[in-house]
Design a protein around this ligand. Structure first.
Ligand code: HEM
Length: 125
């Protein structure tokens, strides 16, 4: 029987840190990064389509270390969220629900994101 103080919704502090849980938290985190990236992207588009001075300033900003880092973070969030989103959709459809498949698909998604992150880092720097 549930104890009187058992939480109605599981919390981070009572989860076990398994690959599936890490993948889920990272999905949420990447979703937040993507949502925050949208206004930044619109701001960049605005700069790119303004005056020639605005265009040059936007390009210079994108080539700065902070600009490259922002592109790297947003791109990594997108590739991770995309891959893990496909994984979630497969799980929603009932594919790969065994414990072993849940864990290996979580590792696979994280490995793909890491490889992409390294490759993109090499391209951007
Ligand atoms: C690229 C293709 C994308 C796929 C395949 C995808 C897939 C998904 C899926 C399946 C979920 C539900 C996760 C769950 O069941 O908890 C989700 C959540 C979410 N997505 Fe996406 N998504 C994509 C792109 C985006 C983009 C572009 C954004 C933001 C601009 C975004 C923001 C979010 C947010 C904020 C959540 C809620 C996170 C949470 O509370 O768990 N997604 N996405």
């Amino acid at each position: 029987m549930a104890t009187k103080h058992a939480p109605l919704s599981p919390r981070l502090s009572i989860y076990r840190w398994l690959p599936g849980m890490i993948a889920s938290i990272a999905h949420r985190g990447s979703g937040i990064v993507l949502v925050l990236s949208v206004p930044c992207y619109l701001w960049i588009l605005h700069g790119m389509t303004g005056s020639p001075q605005d265009f040059d300033a936007t390009v210079a900003m994108l080539h700065s270390p902070l600009g490259r880092l922002s592109l790297w973070v947003a791109s990594l969030a997108l590739i991770y969220h995309f891959c893990n989103g496909i994984r979630f959709l497969c799980l929603d459809a009932g594919w790969g629900e065994s414990r072993m498949m849940m864990r290996s698909s979580a590792w696979l998604v994280m490995a793909i994101a890491m490889l992409f992150g390294v490759a993109l880092g090499v391209v951007l720097w």
